[in-house]
Structures are given as C-alpha cells and as structure tokens.
Design a protein around this ligand. Structure first.
Ligand SMILES: [Zn+2]
Length: 103
C-alpha cells in the first residue's frame, strides 16, 4: 500500500471510529501527511490514484465522484461452448462523466 493510501485509510478510520482518536492523534495524522507530502515527489499523483481507488471501492465514480453509478450491460459470446451462448455482463457506468469499469 502506498503511503497516500494509508492517509486515506487513516481519515476514514477517524470517521468510522471517532472514539479512538483525540486531538493529539489528529495532529499526528496531519503531521504524517505533511511528512509524506515532503518526502514523496509524486505525492499529488499518488494521492489522486489513492482517491480514485477509494472511490471505486466505496461505489462512487472514481473519475468524478458521483455517488449514483448505474449498471450498463454488455454481452459476451462464448464461442467455446455449443451454440455460442451469450452471457449478459453488467458493469458500473457513470452518467455524469461517462466513466465505466468495462475494459
Ligand atoms: Zn463520473
């Protein structure tokens, strides 16, 4: 896991388990962010990648952050099977920016 992913996980952990953190802990987390930002010359790019991955994990559009992805459908033809049956595949699609997880 890249340090930028750890930052995001820390922030979500603060949100999900606020009773585990006092002000000193929050200051330490912010201080850790500063250390990572200073050490990693790719900080901005890595943080962007980490946010992208976290959005996708949580079901948001990884590209624009919309929380209302819709399913789109595609059909995969199985030429290896008798009769070449078609399998319906669904994948998330963003109606706002056009992102989809289809490869
Ligand atoms: Zn989007």
């Amino acid at each position: 896991m890249i340090p930028e992913e750890n930052i995001i996980e820390d922030i979500f952990d603060v949100r999900n388990n606020p009773e585990n953190y006092d002000n000193q802990d929050l200051l330490n987390i912010i201080s850790d962010m500063l250390d990572v930002a200073k050490r990693d010359k790719y900080f901005a790019n890595n943080l962007k990648t980490a946010i992208h991955n976290k959005r996708e994990e949580l079901g948001f559009c990884p590209a624009c952050g919309l929380d209302d992805l819709v399913p789109k459908y595609n059909y995969e033809t199985h030429t290896e099977l008798d009769g070449n049956p078609r399998e319906k595949m669904d994948y998330p699609y963003c109606p706002n920016c056009g992102w989809s997880s289809e490869e």
